[in-house]
Design a protein around this ligand. Structure first.
Ligand code: NAD
Length: 497
């Protein structure tokens, strides 16, 4: 059953048909039925959307920050009012349980709108002044960049769209946004909502399509900045393309994050943290702590408690408030994750503690969906493929260690550096270990919370730049420094013979 009407493009403040009829289907992950068909943007459509953003830029960038903030706050208010209906759409699109989408996905986006509205309205875009001498000073201004592009991944669709557009628009830029082709439904909802909140036409635009659309957007000469969320390999292509014209970039990429349980940690807490870090959103979270390091002599107890708690993973009707585990997002991704599990068993030779390749039993009408069991491997070693590569599914690897120096070194022994975390009752030890971890996001005795106030971004191959927090605004402005001479005469070495 096709649940939604065809998704058009959105620019000049309204829905637009694609210039050349070209559609792609989107599948409901829970039962593999068609959910919607989507207009794919041609180059002419993308040019039109970029033109729309370019036309809107002069007025929007000159609009006083406090007025822009009012529109963002109205948008946040509308999002909160419509949380349940938007969350339902996200559940259909992504396969994430409504218990998640209705409490995190939409609301964490609204939080970020409110945060940046507050920040720019209260002077967050102010520059600095410096007195050089009595008759000269320097002042700086933060200027919007121009037309910016946002390209999203499929795992947190509306949240990603809001985390990019909120600071971008608050700073006075305009945006052309491309959702992932797997989860595009939020695009038109958000664009219409911004228009309803009072955003002038062209300030926020949406084009749909796959990698070719993203690539054209990235290389477009009018575009000043690209903010990208996705895989490391795609991010490398996007950054390389943007570098051709020295565009600003923000790269939010993948990870293979270590979760370290120190010897004094409470096992119950550590297991709760490890489960959130591996099975929330069916493991499709960039910051997942999939390399779980436990002290050698804690392994048996850790695994006992983990097996007990795995009973609390509940699959089923995604709208049931009790359901806390959904399917994977697509057939392509299902095949990829299953391939890793097979590799873990057959090639890596890790011990399968739980889950594996068998399809879980789910409701009858959902048996064709991309459902998978939460899976735990133990007796893992650092060189196994399942331990080295991002799987982006509910697959935990348990590794043991002897000393803290050893575990820190092994935790850092990866080309990625998105997140890391430590569980311990010793707060001094927690800070000491955290200080040595090579990651842009670290957690102590918790996992996964990413509030609007917290700047987040990866180190090493996991990204460039940050989103959210005060530093997140700086990514959408450029600096202008002006030196003013008030002395009454222009100093020159060329005044006399
Ligand atoms: P992906 O790289 O396959 O696709 C991401 C987006 O890029 C999609 O919109 C896609 O259409 C587009 N794209 C593909 N080829 C392109 C090209 N050549 N030029 C421009 N755009 C192109 O990633 P995905 O599978 O959608 O998302 C999963 C990945 O995203 C995981 O690696 C995950 O860790 C990462 N992720 C990172 C963060 C973060 O904040 N660091 C957040 C969410 C997801």
């Amino acid at each position: 059953m096709v649940l939604y009407s065809p998704q058009q493009l959105y620019y000049d403040g309204r829905h637009q048909d694609a210039a050349v009829p070209n559609y792609f289907p989107v599948t409901n992950p829970s039962n593999a039925t068609d959910l919607v068909i989507v207009h794919s943007a041609s180059r002419a459509d993308i040019d039109a959307a970029i033109k729309s953003a370019q036309n809107a830029f002069p007025l929007w960038s000159r609009t006083p920050p406090v007025q822009r903030a009012r529109i963002l706050l109205r948008a946040a208010e509308l999002l909160r009012e419509r949380n349940e209906s938007f969350a339902r759409v996200e559940t259909h699109d992504t396969g994430k349980p409504f218990s998640e989408t209705s409490t995190v996905d939409v609301l964490s986006g609204a939080d970020v709108l409110e945060y940046y509205a507050g920040l720019v309205a209260s002077g967050g875009l102010n520059g600095e002044t410096a007195r050089l001498r009595d008759d000269a000073w320097v002042y700086t201004t933060k200027e919007a960049l121009g037309v910016c592009v946002g390209i999203g991944a499929w795992n947190y669709p509306i949240q990603i769209a809001l985390w990019k557009s909120a600071p971008c628009l608050a700073a006075g830029n305009t945006m052309v946004y491309k959702p992932s082709e797997y989860t595009p439904l939020h695009g038109h909802l958000l664009a219409s909502l911004y228009t309803e909140a009072g955003m002038p036409p062209g300030v926020f635009n949406v084009v749909h399509g796959a990698g070719d659309v993203g690539a054209y957007l990235t290389s477009h000469p009018t575009v000043a900045k690209v903010s990208f969320t996705g895989q490391v390999s795609t991010g490398q292509k996007v950054a390389a393309s943007a570098a051709g014209r020295l565009k600003y970039v923000t790269m939010e990429l993948g990870g293979k994050s270590p979760l370290i349980v120190l010897p004094d940690a409470g096992v119950e807490d550590a297991v709760n943290g490890a489960m959130m870090a591996n099975f929330y959103s069916t493991g499709q979270v960039c910051t997942n702590g999939t390399r779980v390091f436990v002290p050698e002599d804690m392994k048996v107890e850790f695994q006992r408690v983990l097996l007990e708690k795995l009973r609390y993973v509940r699959m089923g009707d995604l709208m049931d408030p009790n359901t806390n585990f959904g399917p994977l997002v697509s057939k392509v991704h299902y095949d990829k994750v299953m391939g890793y599990i097979k590799h873990g068993i057959e090639v890596d030779g890790a011990t399968l503690l739980y889950g594996g390749l068998d399809k879980p039993s789910v409701l009858k009408d959902m048996k064709n969906g991309f459902w998978i069991q939460p899976t735990v491997f133990t007796d893992c070693s650092d060189e196994m493929k399942i331990v080295k590569e991002e799987i982006f599914g509910p697959v935990m690897s348990i590794l043991t260690y002897k000393t803290i120096d050893e575990v820190v070194e092994r935790a850092n022994n990866t080309p990625m550096g998105l997140a890391a975390g430590v569980f311990t009752r010793d707060i001094n030890q927690a800070h000491a270990v955290t200080a040595k971890l090579q990651a842009g996001i670290t957690w102590i005795n918790t996992w996964g919370e990413s509030p609007a106030e917290m700047s987040v971004g990866g180190w090493k191959m996991s990204g460039m730049g940050v989103e959210n927090g005060r530093r997140g605004l700086e990514a959408w402005v450029r600096n202008k420094s002006t030196l003013v001479e008030n002395g009454g005469s222009v100093a020159s070495v060329f005044c006399k013979l």
